[in-house]
Ligand binder design. Structure first.
Ligand SMILES: C[S@@+](CC[C@H](N)C(=O)[O-])C[C@H]1O[C@@H](n2cnc3c(N)ncnc32)[C@H](O)[C@@H]1O
Length: 248
């Protein structure tokens, strides 16, 4: 039997577009999430690139008193140890330092050393003796164990490559009942925001409990507050979360 070229092309297209029949395997919709060498799931969603040392592409955060809203929302008090995760050039570190006072400490942590060198110089210039600079890694803020009352993650969560490992390591540095406050925009992660349901799912996967969630005044995003886990799960038992399709 001989087939003409247009007929062969039509048969090929039909076969390629047909649903899989018996014996053919359909593409897997839910392949297991990739895990790192320690067993932590990798983020199963886009991760935004690191583009700047300070959040500056939104409404005026000074006018909205973003820092005051953060301090009040997290009940930050003099004498506390606060970790500024993804401190960058220190927008919040420089404001948290007077809030915790001489008896408190602010751990200014980031993974980009060049950002931290600028912050170190600025803290020295202002004689802020309670600021300690910490160079972390994408999966570990490298903070002292059981030492931190409050951690803040401001406009940076969507840039974390290994959220489960980072939250697990961060939990080890929080005191019992310690809290983490996340400020971000309700946008897909690849547009420099984090959908609130995805954020809650990722924190809960590591054992944190969400205490509150609400918009900040001034249209500068939301503040979500989580309590540290009483016990950390084994990395291999952490179930990763999927971003809703619209947020991927
Ligand atoms: C847009 S800047 C925000 C800086 C500051 N928090 C603010 O509100 O202006 C995001 C910062 O998060 C840092 N970052 C990204 N991934 C990180 C990670 N896994 N651990 C710590 N810092 C990270 C970046 O280096 C950058 O300094």
């Amino acid at each position: 039997m001989r087939f003409s070229l247009p007929l062969l092309a039509a048969m090929f297209l039909l076969a390629a577009c047909s649903p899989p029949g018996e014996g053919q395997s359909a593409p897997k919709a839910d392949a297991p999430a990739k895990r790192d060498a320690l067993g932590f799931p990798m983020a199963d969603r886009p991760v935004a690139g690191i583009v700047a040392s300070e959040w500056s592409n939104g409404p005026d955060r000074d006018a909205a008193d973003e820092s005051g809203q953060l301090v009040r929302g997290l009940e930050i008090k003099p004498g506390m140890a606060v970790a500024d995760i993804g401190a960058g050039s220190g927008y919040h570190t420089l404001r948290l330092s007077p809030a915790v006072g001489a008896s408190g400490v602010v751990y200014a942590e980031d993974i980009v050393e060049a950002y931290l060198s600028g912050l170190r110089r600025e803290a020295e210039r202002r004689k802020l003796r309670n600021v300690k600079i910490v160079v972390g890694t994408p999966d570990d803020p490298k903070l002292p164990a059981g030492a931190v009352d409050r951690a803040v993650m401001v406009h940076m969560y969507h840039e974390i490559e290994s959220p489960y490992a980072l939250l697990w390591n961060l939990a080890g540095s929080l005191k019992p009942g310690g809290r983490v406050g996340v400020i971000d925009l309700d946008r897909p992660t690849n547009s420099h925001g984090t959908p609130p349901a995805l954020l809650k799912c990722e924190f809960e996967a590591v054992g944190y409990k969400r205490l509150s969630h609400g918009p900040l005044e001034g249209g500068i995003g939301y503040l979500a507050v989580f309590e540290a886990p009483a016990a950390r799960p084994k990395p291999a038992d952490i179930k990763p979360c999927k971003a809703p399709p619209a947020a991927r």
